[in-house]
Design a protein around this ligand. Structure first.
Ligand code: CUK
Ligand code: CUA
Length: 649
């Protein structure tokens, strides 16, 4: 988001920065001196030292929290320790990730195929919102889901081994944004659309917007035992052609409902080269847009009763049906809002005003009462009942310019990112008053607090996820990193602790979970486990059964890897042979990972202890191709190599 208003407000800040020189440098270390000498030599204040002490994590110590941040344009998930802000892993999801061999072997290629849109391979993703799986509205540390806004897709990551195990996509919609969020027991993973289009990938002239263009919310059914989304048991609800934005699932009191904020209820579609208002102007006319309330438990019953139509394989509850069955209601929300966050107790919903200076606090009991009494203020042009604004809200909190996203702590406070003021505001949910503000640098989007969107947030830490970093780091050309700023929530005043540059995409949102809720495996057992099935692969090999077999479909190489050799270390094939490599790392020592690559064939695998990988390619060029281990695994690592000999026909 980057409104003209935001840009104009930036000018005074930019000027101030230019006048002051923009930054101060920290001198190099003061040698063996005392703390005071060090502080002097490095130009550090007491506040700096206190911040350092709160984040410094000596070697061998582990972090209290783990943050899963979206990798934005990078399409991959970032795993970060808090409070140290050390990056622990990038999980390959929508984009090939060479170190993990993600996208360079049969198993992970099959995931890339699952992620195709309309038969086309997509080589990137625009990841926005990770969602940890929940049990009773608490993170359970089992799975995490992520979305790709650009090529609407949802992926499942298994937190046993932090790898992607599934990607699903439907051609029903052309862009998502209210994704991913989960219902309180991970019954469903939610994916709602952003930019309306004719459902199912059809063409319709844009002038037919009101009649033919639609939004939709998809409820992807999640089978927890199998760890898989089940598309056949999933369904969607058609929505009017507004721009649906963020979504959040109700919990406890509001369990069974999903809330989606929206903008562009004006139904503007641009045309600035065709004599019409630009899209953003047309979309900012109304004082109110609509918070969508969706009764998903009732929707399940409507689906079970067969009151759906099927569009590109997805069961869809038509808009008329959704209205007639009482699944969909609107509540006015000011004004082109951004962000909807359900309070920990599930009783209220906080919507960030974006173009309005308030956060509006909706009360579920008040809204439910109006719905039960069928007391509606009006209807939208499609017949969706609209509740009265004043009768639906408990109140509003005056936040500042550009309130966006909100998270919570365990003391009854809410924390809202304020984009244009570029601050975090801490405010009391009980009396709707701001109690503290802190500057961030700069243009904060989302923020995340420890377990801050569950039924029992921890407080403690907050990360401001800033879009711009301007003068915070050394200059690296015109494209600057994003800036994650760690903020301490333990005192009565928020304290800025640490700046962490993130140079691979715009992360948007994150989840922060207590580290001890995660229970990842140390290696794959039994030896020969295929990570996609978490079972022994039929082609798994031991050192004793390593062999080469010529079959009808090509040459099968059953290979073992252990410090410090591959067996076999010579593979002889004929030009044009299809080669199937089946490689098992037979190690059972923690961290004894081998890599496997063959030059010029785009083959690159990561073989963690016990893991089995399959890779298929055609040896279409005669020649001599060394293969080798790409992880410095042992003193004889460089000797862990072999030859693929492709004999000319
Ligand atoms: S959106 Cu990016 S700052 Cu996609 Cu959640 Cu608000
Ligand atoms: Cu195995 Cu290097």
């Amino acid at each position: 988001m980057n409104t003209p208003l935001a840009r104009s407000l930036w000018i005074p800040i930019a000027v101030a920065l230019a006048l002051t020189g923009g930054c101060s440098e920290v001198a190099s270390s003061g040698g063996d001196g005392s703390i005071t000498d060090l502080m002097k030599a490095r130009n550090l204040s007491e506040a700096d030292v206190s911040a350092a002490l709160k984040t410094y994590t000596p070697t061998g110590r582990h972090d209290e929290y783990i943050t899963f941040a979206s990798g934005g344009h990078g399409g991959n998930l970032i795993v970060i320790g808090v409070p140290s802000m050390r990056i622990l892993k990038y999980v390959g999801v929508f984009t090939p990730e060479p170190w993990q061999g993600y996208g360079y072997g049969d198993q992970t290629d099959s995931l890339m195929v699952q992620g195709m849109r309309d038969g086309r391979q997509i080589k990137w993703g625009d990841m926005h919102h990770p969602a940890l799986s929940e049990t009773n509205a608490e993170y359970d540390g089992k799975y995490i889901f992520v979305n790709d806004k650009a090529n609407p897709r949802v992926a499942v990551i298994d937190l046993r081994d932090f790898i992607t195990t599934q990607i699903v996509s439907t051609e029903l919609i052309e862009c998502d944004h209210g994704a991913t969020m989960v219902t309180p027991n991970t019954e469903y993973v939610i994916e709602s659309s952003q930019y309306p289009a004719p459902l199912g990938g059809r063409y319709a002239p844009i002038e037919k917007w009101n009649e033919e263009y639609r939004g939709a919310v998809i409820f992807w059914k999640f089978d927890r035992d199998k760890g898989k989304i089940v598309p056949d048991q999933s369904f969607a609800i058609e929505l009017p052609p507004y721009m649906q934005d963020l979504a959040d699932a109700g919990r406890l009191d509001s369990d069974g409902w999903v809330f989606i904020n929206s903008f562009n209820t004006e139904r503007a579609y641009g045309g600035n080269l065709e004599g019409k208002d630009p899209l953003e102007k047309g979309a900012s006319q109304n004082d109110m847009d609509y918070l969508h309330m969706i009764d998903w438990r009732k929707a399940e019953k409507v689906v079970a009763a067969g009151k759906t139509k099927t569009i590109v394989g997805m069961r869809v509850i038509a808009l008329d049906t959704a209205i007639a069955e009482g699944l969909l209601y609107f509540v006015p929300e000011p004004k082109s809002p951004h962000g909807i966050d359900v309070t920990p107790d599930g009783k209220e919903m906080v919507v960030g005003g974006k173009l309005d200076t308030h956060c509006t606090v909706y009360n579920f009991a008040m809204m439910k009462k109006l719905i039960d009494a069928k007391e509606f203020a009006s209807k939208d042009p499609y017949g969706v009942p609209i509740l009265d604004f004043k009768k639906s809200i408990r109140g509003q909190c005056e936040i500042g310019l550009g309130p966006l996203h909100t998270q919570f702590d365990n003391q009854g406070f809410a924390y809202t990112s304020v984009f244009i003021d570029t601050q975090i505001a801490k405010w009391s949910l009980a009396d709707l008053k701001v109690v503290d503000k802190i500057d961030v640098h700069y243009n904060v989007g989302h923020l995340v607090t420890a377990e801050g969107d569950t039924a029992s947030p921890d407080g403690k830490y907050l990360i401001a996820m800033n879009k711009w970093s301007i003068d915070r780091f050394n200059k690296v050309g015109p494209l600057l990193p994003q800036n994650f700023q760690l903020i301490d929530l333990n005192g009565s005043k928020m304290q800025l602790l640490y700046d962490m540059p993130l140079p691979l995409g715009e992360p948007h949102y994150a989840q922060m979970i207590k580290a001890d809720k995660l229970n990842p495996i140390e290696m794959y057992t039994p030896i020969g486990t295929n990570p996609l099935t978490h079972a022994k692969d039929p082609a798994a090999t031991t050192a004793d059964t390593a062999r080469i077999e010529r079959k009808d479909d090509g040459v099968h190489v059953y290979m073992s890897a252990i410090r410090s050799h591959f067996k076999p270390d010579i593979i002889r094939v004929k030009e044009g042979d299809r080669v199937h490599l089946h490689i098992t790392n037979v190690e059972q020592a923690f961290d004894a990972t081998h890599g496997f690559c063959i030059n010029s064939h785009n083959v690159n695998l990561s073989l963690e202890p016990g893991k089995h990988c399959n890779v298929t390619f055609v040896a279409d060029r005669p020649g001599v191709f060394p293969y080798y281990c790409t992880e410095f695994c042992s003193a004889l690592h460089l000797e862990m190599a072999g030859y693929l000999l492709v004999e000319p026909k």
